[in-house]
Ligand binder design. Structure first.
Ligand code: GDG
Length: 452
């Protein structure tokens, strides 16, 4: 087959754009999050198309907006339309009340409501129909993430010869946790219909393979030695490989080196004279360990008073899933902890934690990365964590320190240069902040050089 004939079709829950209505008029802007950051550059460079939900259940003629977004992106956008009920049961329900906490090993947060499953399966079918309408059997269909594990199963009925791959952006949990899922057999059978499955780390691969092996009545056969494993079940085989996701390192370093970012970096630094800046930036999510981070920072100020007035935590919280009560509670909790820390340690001229609840423009974010002396990543569990990789890519002067949770996929690659922490260990994380604060320039350069 001529490689030029092969078109890439990326499929994910959301299209890589945001649309919102301001004063009765719809506007479009680029989408956020790690998945978009990782995949957008690929389609942007090679062309192809992206299938996903628009992010609204409202009706309207979105074609002019989509045309505008397609022109900017350089590839096609094919929207899937969902009803309010589908969004509630498939997205907020099965995906976010079951799969998200379970796969992050936070199973006590799961709500195994039986009616969610049917909606999940039906919406996966709807995605398959949209793909079938817009692809040929020459295309490569690359499905993304936990919301869409059953797409290949439905697509095979419509386009039997389509080649499909699936990538899981979040961790795959250990078998003892996965086996609690009432629909474990259905999920694994759905995954068997892909040709290739990719996960971030060897640990995720081991967990997925064990799930295939231990879930009755499947008891799949496993072969393959090092590297890619092959799972066989009845007449199907699927390859399971470790493909750690990354960022466009070159593009990110170039952005960080641009005159605009340079100017913003200096301006940002000047806002905190004679201080070390610690940066935390994440989507508002309970997996990111944000309360634990603030408690650790506060503990560090308590136990190492010499850092007071000499260090500031800049915490950016990107709004996410803001309709969900658990997320609203988390926001309130984070804001309470920030207020408490600032109230306890702040003095005129020094606020220990600067807090921004917003989505920063990319060049501003790059300036924050460049200016930060320390990046503090405290995820309780994270598939990869691209903030870690972006911080490293933006660290042109090799003077920053990365403090990284050992429960991120990135820790598997960054173990040597970063200071690894257990985010549940508040004092241990506080000690790591102090260690980074005191670190010699030589040691910083050695570690950052390894990371880069
Ligand atoms: C999922 C998995 C996996 C952050 N602050 C701002 C902003 N960001 C961007 C960063 C980065 C992205 O958000 C966050 O990526 P992560 O990888 O850290 O996390 P998730 O969104 O949870 O992504 C994760 C990833 O998928 C990829 O497979 O690594 O484990 O959970 O790109 O730049 N972006 C903007 N303003 C901000 O203030 N514009």
């Amino acid at each position: 087959m001529n490689m030029d004939d092969i078109r890439l079709v990326v499929v994910s829950n959301r299209l890589p754009i945001r649309i919102n209505r301001i004063d009765e008029k719809w506007h479009v802007s680029p989408g956020g999050g790690g998945l978009v950051a990782a995949l957008n550059p690929i389609l942007n460079k090679h062309g192809g198309s992206w299938v996903g939900w628009l992010g609204t259940t409202e009706e309207g003629d979105f074609s002019p907006l989509l045309k505008q977004a397609e022109n900017e992106a350089g590839y096609h956008l094919n929207p899937v339309f969902l009803t309010e009920e589908e969004v509630q049961n498939y997205y907020f329900g099965f995906s976010n009340e079951i799969l998200w906490p379970l796969f992050h090993s936070l199973e006590t947060r799961c709500n195994f409501k039986p009616e969610y499953w049917k909606a999940y399966s039906d919406v996966n079918q709807k995605f398959a129909e949209k793909i079938a309408e817009n692809c040929t059997e020459k295309d490569y269909i690359w499905v993304q993430d936990y919301q869409l594990m059953e797409v290949a199963l439905h697509l095979k009925k419509l386009k039997p010869n389509c080649r499909t791959g699936f990538f899981l952006h979040i961790p795959f949990p250990p078998p003892d946790i996965f086996l609690k899922l009432p629909w474990r057999t259905e999920i694994l059978k759905g995954l068997m219909e892909y040709d290739t499955i990719g996960v971030h780390t060897a640990n995720d691969q081991r967990n997925l393979i064990e799930a295939f092996r231990r879930t009755r009545p499947l008891s799949a056969k496993i072969s393959g030695t090092n590297g890619t494993k092959i799972v066989s079940l009845q007449n199907r085989t699927v390859k399971v490989g470790v493909f750690p996701i990354s960022i466009d390192y070159q593009a990110f370093s170039t952005l960080a080196a641009s005159p605009l970012v340079e100017e913003r970096t200096v301006a940002f630094h000047n806002e905190f004279p004679n201080q070390q800046i610690v940066l935390g930036t994440d989507r508002l999510d309970y997996t990111k360990g944000i309360p634990e981070r603030i408690l650790a920072f506060s503990n560090a100020l308590e136990r190492y008073p010499e850092m007071r007035e000499k260090i500031t935590l800049v915490q950016v919280l990107v709004p996410s899933r803001i309709q969900v009560p658990q997320y609203i509670e988390l926001k309130t909790e984070v804001e309470r902890l920030i207020g408490e820390t600032n109230g306890k340690f702040g003095v005129p001229g020094w606020t220990p934690i600067q807090y921004y609840y917003r989505n920063l423009p990319h060049d501003q974010l790059a300036a924050y990365y460049r200016a930060a002396d320390i990046a503090l990543i405290t995820s309780l569990r994270d598939g990869m964590n691209l903030v870690a990789k972006e911080y490293v890519a933006a660290n042109l002067e090799e003077r920053g320190v990365l403090i990284l949770s050992e429960f991120t996929g990135a820790a598997a690659e960054f173990g040597k240069g970063a200071i690894l922490i257990n985010p549940y260990d508040i004092e241990g994380t506080a000690d790591a902040i102090y260690q980074a604060y005191k670190m010699s320039n030589e040691e910083k350069r050695r570690r950052m050089h390894l990371l880069r």
